[in-house]
Write a protein that binds this ligand. Structure first.
Ligand code: ZN
Length: 262
């Protein structure tokens, strides 16, 4: 850092606006990093405050959306509500797709009992699709902006993934009783869904989120396919596999948490 400061005559010409562009820019640059020289520049305090207030009103305080106001009303902190509802429009498409897929799977399973596994197989993949769509530079117009904030990276991913998971679990949970199946079987998708979502998070420490989601989806289909191979589609939804999904969900969540918090 040099001890050079803007001489009085230069400052006067700068304020009059008679400096050439190159000189004016170097004075600007120096003012930006030198508090002493900034203090020597006279300014109208009221004008400056009014300008900031106007900027703030235009840029920083946009009208909250209906969903955001609902979340705030439910006690979600402001910044979190903003973040959750600022997910890209694609997540609305995802929501519509989840409802359509669940409705279709329920109708199919009610029409033909042997189609019940389709519901159980598809339900754990819905949050994966949601996580892949709700996060990432290609789909999120706010990604650049958000990536520069303290809430970026793993914490943001976790926040949105949890939101996506909660929405899909609630929707699939509402659909389950409509299945013509015993409650235990109708809810057999829940632990696989938790395991898949936490697997996606854990993998995202190493892979881009959409690739992680695809990989986990592939693993899930391979597990289901193996079940079909050794007996029945429903083999992978029995008590022993369920314990496995539960343990996997806990371990993978712990792993994601540990890796991303160091
Ligand atoms: Zn200076």
């Amino acid at each position: 850092m040099s001890s050079w400061h803007i001489p009085d005559d230069l400052r006067e010409r700068y304020l009059e606006g008679t400096l050439g562009p190159a000189l004016a820019m170097s004075v600007d640059a120096h003012l930006g990093r030198c508090a002493d020289c900034r203090a020597a520049v006279p300014y109208d305090k009221d004008w400056l405050e009014a300008s900031w207030a106007r900027l703030e009103a235009e840029l920083i305080t946009p009208r909250p959306s209906l969903a955001e106001r609902f979340l705030r009303y439910k006690g979600v902190p402001d910044h979190l509500a903003r973040l959750l509802t600022a997910t890209p429009t694609l997540s609305q498409a995802w929501l519509a797709a989840v409802v359509a897929v669940l409705a279709f799977a329920v109708l199919a399973a009610r029409a033909q009992a042997e189609l019940l596994p389709a519901f159980l197989i598809v339900a754990p993949m819905l949050p994966l699709a949601g996580i892949a769509l709700a996060y990432g530079p290609r789909v999120d117009p706010a990604h650049e902006l958000v990536a520069a904030t303290p809430m970026s990276g793993p914490r943001l991913l976790l926040t949105r993934a949890t939101a996506v998971l909660a929405v899909s679990v609630v929707l699939a949970g509402l659909a389950s009783p409509l299945l013509a199946a015993p409650p235990g079987l109708a809810a057999a998708w829940l632990l696989p869904a938790l395991a898949a979502a936490s697997g996606c998070l854990a993998l995202s420490n190493r892979l881009p989120v959409p690739i992680a989601a695809l990989t986990v989806g592939g693993v899930w289909l391979a597990i289901v396919g193996t079940g079909r191979f050794i007996g029945s589609w429903l083999a992978v939804f029995g008590p022993a596999p369920q314990i496995g999904y539960g343990v996997a969900a806990l371990l993978l969540t712990y792993r994601f948490y540990k890796v991303s918090s160091r």
